[in-house]
Design a binder for this molecule. Structure first.
Ligand SMILES: C[S@@+](CC[C@H](N)C(=O)[O-])C[C@H]1O[C@@H](n2cnc3c(N)ncnc32)[C@H](O)[C@@H]1O
Length: 243
């Protein structure tokens, strides 16, 4: 079975295989990062936080545990169904496309763990920034946590195989034509599957230019989840605190 690559984020992220491949995604890391982030931002308790492209809600759940009123949204029906098991009065999940405004205002909007830049049409990135802006209260803040493409280019593992739940996922990565592409192929129950994850290879300067167009101000740039200053050559992450 081969999946159409256009709008891959609508299909791949919703397959059971996406959830198997990333089942070991780090909940401890999410907890540590949200703690570090909120200590830095010093957002008053009970403030409203939007986790845009929340996946299965690992950051939303932690932010809520810390005392915030959190809404997590994602396009993946399966992820939201899973996250919804943790819903409470101050923790809600919803299926929503991040390119569209949610129609509610928040004190903080976070977009974490490379949840930006999936779209073939570059204008969709600007639409996402507009939707972030329109979801912010006056003086609200936004956080975008992306990968540092320069570091990744110099340290790219082109091929490897990961065996999870008895499935051998063959991963093939490349950076070309403005995208970081991960081809994922595997066999399961006699069927062959091929998927592709694609994220635009945006660097610091691409983001700066988009923020300028969208009239978004950069307050801080960090390079990892401990909030160390960003160094283009050494940092694994590119984390913006925005206003
Ligand atoms: C790399 S995952 C990160 C998920 C989550 N932030 C985390 O750290 O676990 C990217 C997420 O973006 C979501 N996504 C992709 N396109 C989207 C869109 N247009 N609107 C909302 N979510 C989207 C995917 O379904 C996926 O859950």
């Amino acid at each position: 079975m081969s999946k159409n690559n256009n709008n891959f984020y609508k299909s791949w992220f919703d397959t059971p295989y996406y959830h198997i491949l990333y089942k070991n995604r780090d909940y401890k890391e999410a907890e540590m990062f949200t703690k570090e982030l909120m200590e830095f931002i010093k957002l008053p308790l009970n403030s409203k936080v939007l986790d845009l492209a929340c996946g299965m809600g690992r950051h939303s759940i932690n932010l809520n545990k810390m005392g915030y009123n959190v809404t997590g949204v994602d396009l993946s029906v399966k992820s939201i169904k899973n996250a919804s098991k943790y819903e409470s009065e101050n923790l809600k999940f919803k299926i929503h496309d991040m390119r569209k405004p949610l129609g509610q205002k928040f004190d903080l909007v976070v977009n974490l763990f490379t949840s930006f830049g999936y779209f073939d049409d570059f204008k969709d990135n600007l639409k996402t920034l507009d939707s972030i802006k329109s979801s912010l209260k006056k003086n609200g803040l936004a956080v975008i946590d992306f990968l540092n493409i320069k570091y990744l280019k110099n340290n790219l593992i082109h091929k490897n195989t990961e065996e999870i739940d008895g499935i051998k996922f063959h991963l093939n990565r490349s950076i070309k034509n403005g995208f970081l592409t991960k081809k994922i192929s595997f066999k399961h129950e006699l069927n062959e599957y091929n998927f592709e994850e694609k994220v635009r290879s945006l660097d610091l300067y691409d983001f700066k230019s988009m923020f300028k167009q969208s009239n978004i101000k950069i307050l801080h740039i960090f390079g990892d989840y401990k909030l160390t200053s960003f160094d283009e050559n050494k940092s694994k992450r590119l984390i913006f605190i925005l206003k």
